[in-house]
Write a new protein. Structure first.
Length: 75
């Protein structure tokens, strides 16, 4: 997949996912931070382990709808 196409897919998938799970992130002033992206790496930010597990599972599902796969074993 080309980098441009990847960016389009990832942005749309994250927009849809964010609408459902953004409030599970970490509130900083007036903003909720739920995810950070750098190239093809992503960091999910949650308030506790349960939220993190739930968000990860739902993100995997959302990416799957777009033909994307999340490697949770990457460190």
């Amino acid at each position: 997949m080309s980098p441009t196409l990847f960016k389009i897919y990832i942005q749309k998938a994250l927009e849809l996912w964010q609408k459902k799970y953004a409030k599970m992130g970490l509130e900083i002033q007036d903003t909720t931070v739920y995810s950070m992206l750098f190239t093809d790496d992503q960091l999910l930010i949650a308030q506790d382990y349960e939220d993190s597990e739930h968000m990860t599972g739902k993100l995997i599902d959302e990416y799957g709808l777009w033909g994307l796969k999340l490697n949770v074993k990457k460190n």
